[in-house]
Design a binder for this molecule. Structure first.
Ligand SMILES: [Zn+2]
Length: 99
């Protein structure tokens, strides 16, 4: 499952490091936010540019999109939009990254 390969930052040419990151997902015109914790990504050590592997990004989209859709379908606002968090279990770097 090597998802993260060693590479140079496409923005500044700096070195990149495999890390688990957190991201907030938002959609236009939907108040709700989904926080996703523990996403494997390549992070530039100089400018902090982040690259999430395509497979991972697709998987997270598939998880998060139905949540936004159901929120979007709500006609009557019963409660304020909730904060939703998705947390992946911690995985060791050796598992998802080249080293
Ligand atoms: Zn960079």
């Amino acid at each position: 499952m090597t998802l993260i390969k060693k590479r140079k930052c496409p923005e500044c040419g700096g070195g990149m490091e495999a890390k688990l990151i957190n991201l907030n997902y938002k959609k236009r015109d939907i108040e709700m936010e989904v926080e996703v914790i523990g996403i494997p990504a390549n992070v530039c050590t100089r400018c902090f540019y982040r690259i999430i592997p395509g497979k991972v990004a697709k998987y997270i989209d598939a998880l998060v999109d139905p949540i936004f859709e159901s929120e979007n379908r709500c006609i009557e606002k019963v409660l304020p939009s909730p904060h939703i968090g998705i947390q992946f279990p911690f995985i060791n770097r050796e598992v998802y990254a080249d080293h």
